[in-house]
Write a protein that binds this ligand. Structure first.
Ligand code: PCA
Length: 211
């Protein structure tokens, strides 16, 4: 049986909701297979999130791992290309822990590339009318930590990566931040999962940034 592990995050930084958790719960409710979809909403804690991800990968041995989180201020779905082995937390996590300038995983490489077909996912999202981009930084907070951990622990023949989502229009804390309707965020995750199951090779198209 082919298995997909899809994760979102709980709210953090004083926000009442997190669109990544909302979208993952919605995906779980509407998934009709034929693959197994395992979903979870991770705590926004350096210790708890990475440990839970490790447990889920060990238990389910997923063929595809997609972790998702909120990137406040971004307007587009960000298909992350690179995870860095660095934690530099600008705010405390939900345990009140704020590590600065420490590696995600001691002794691991400086960075790892996503093994999802990131360019193809971004292209298919754009084709579906959803604002999307390949992103070259997932930050240095809990999302990047989970992304880096996923790339460390996922089986070498599986595909793993991270997708940052904007605030949902339904739950944005202010009218100043960029948003997408929650239905579009859910549709984006469906397309990302389906593309990752369909393709082992990425497209060779330019998606790089000039700065
Ligand atoms: N976004 C934060 C952590 C949890 C989330 O949803 C981040 O980008 O690191």
């Amino acid at each position: 049986m082919t298995t997909v592990l899809l994760t979102g995050f709980e709210p953090f930084g004083g926000d009442p909701t997190n669109p990544s958790g909302d979208a993952v719960r919605e995906m779980s409710a509407r998934w009709s297979g034929p693959e197994d979809l395992v979903t979870t909403v991770l705590p926004v804690t350096f210790a708890g999130a990475a440990e839970r991800l490790r447990e889920l990968v060990a238990e389910h041995r997923p063929d595809v791992v997609i972790a998702t989180g909120l990137a406040e201020g971004r307007a587009a779905i960000g298909v992350e290309r690179i995870a860095v082995n660095l934690i530099d937390a600008r705010i405390p996590d939900n345990d009140g822990v704020q590590p600065v300038d420490v590696p995600s995983i001691e002794g691991a490489p400086t960075a790892r590339f996503a093994t999802l077909p990131v360019k193809e996912i971004a292209r298919r999202l754009s084709d579906a009318g959803i604002l999307a981009e390949v992103s070259h930084t997932a930050g240095t907070f809990v999302c990047n930590h989970v992304f880096f951990t996923a790339l460390e622990v996922a089986a070498s023949d599986s595909r793993a990566g991270f997708i940052h989502v904007p605030w949902s229009a339904e739950h944005a804390p202010t009218s100043e931040v960029a948003t997408l309707p929650l239905a579009d965020i859910v549709r984006a995750l469906e397309i990302a999962v389906r593309t990752s199951l369909d393709l082992t090779e990425d497209a060779s198209i330019p998606t790089g940034a000039l700065h």
